[in-house]
Ligand binder design. Structure first.
Ligand code: GFB
Length: 306
């Protein structure tokens, strides 16, 4: 499991352990720098993995994507090229590449079907990251076509859950708002500031549901077409904020910093493909936020910044 230290890889690792799997390797960057071709090849040669979950990536929220554009495209291309080529050289039986819903055109028809890929211009704030992810899933398809590899790609919607990033400059909206509301309540401040207008719509999936979907696809799916994973429902950022406000029991008001970007107006996934294959999410958003809140309410967020 590459990226087991992060949100998605960590959940896949927990799920594999729960299922009784042994012999799981979870290299950290100190064990193997995946941006180095030589280190990646050596690690794969030493460990001879049969199944690879490629979740290692440089990830972040809207501002980090927009500000660190070169790092997002460069590091992600390096990691995935090295892992995919090493997996080919070592004849990895099955590889699962983790994509992202931002690969789709900014103004895709909603809900977004897998077939919408490359039908229009991307959302500018995360274009470098999206281009890297598109290159990754196209690589997986190319190795399937040229070398008959049984490899697959998964397109998750916005993910949240345990082990998320709470650094307000680089995090996604859900952990950012949990931190902001908890801090405001503890410090008795009157307002919580949101970025943008609050009107964009997003779909949120708990990472434990995504991990189950990945295991399900690893075991049951072998096709060139990548698969969307989500809940099939979305809400506005303002509604998300009001839900978190209620769970945290914060009594102040919301303000909006419209100098910050909104990003794509809406990106709800069409999940009929994975639903028809037999997988559906379990954790509803309110329940999932409550679970996360219970886990982090006593956190010292400053100490845990990545
Ligand atoms: O989650 P987020 O950073 O990324 O932002 P995206 C979602 C929406 O929440 C945007 C608003 O409209 C933000 O302006 N927002 C409001 C906030 N308050 C906050 C806040 O305090 N922090 C943050 N971060 N947002 C990312 C992509 O897009 O989604 C990545 O940039 C990736 O590439 C990821 O695909 C899943 O949903 O806009």
């Amino acid at each position: 499991v590459l990226g087991a230290n992060g949100l998605i890889g960590g959940a896949i690792y927990r799920r594999l352990q729960d299922m009784g799997h042994e012999n799981i390797f979870t290299p950290r960057s100190s064990d193997c720098d995946l941006t180095s071709q030589a280190e990646t090849l050596k690690y794969f040669g030493d460990h001879q993995p049969e199944y690879v979950f490629l979740c290692a990536a440089k990830v972040g929220g809207i501002l980090a994507n927009n500000n660190y554009r070169a790092d997002f495209i460069h590091q992600n291309l390096m990691i995935q090229n090295n892992v995919i080529e090493a997996s080919h050289k070592l004849s990895v039986e099955k590889l699962l590449f983790m994509g992202s819903s931002c690969i789709y055109p900014k103004l895709s028809e909603q809900p977004i079907k897998e077939e919408s890929l490359l039908t229009g211009p991307l959302e500018p704030t995360n274009e470098p990251y999206a281009i890297a992810k598109i290159a990754g899933l196209k690589s997986v398809q190319a190795y399937r076509e040229q070398y008959g590899r049984k490899w697959i790609s998964v397109m998750p919607t916005n993910i949240y859950g345990p082990n998320d990033n709470y650094d307000l400059n680089s995090s996604h909206v859900l952990p950012a708002l949990i931190r902001k509301f908890i801090t405001a309540k503890n410090e008795d401040t009157k307002t919580v500031e949101l970025w943008g207008t609050g009107s964009p719509m997003r779909e949120f999936l708990h990472v434990d549901d995504l991990a189950k979907a990945c295991l399900f696809l690893m075991q049951n799916y072998n096709d060139k077409q990548f698969v969307n994973v989500g809940t099939g429902t979305d809400i506005t950022i303002k509604e998300l904020a009001l839900t978190i406000k209620e769970i945290v029991a914060f009594e102040g008001d919301l303000t909006f910093d419209t100098s910050k970007p909104d990003g794509t107006p809406r990106k709800i996934m069409d999940v009929s493909k994975i639903n028809n294959l037999g997988w559906k999410h379990n954790i509803e958003l309110k329940q999932g936020i409550q679970m996360v809140y219970d886990q982090v309410k006593h956190n010292d967020f400053q100490k845990n910044e990545r």
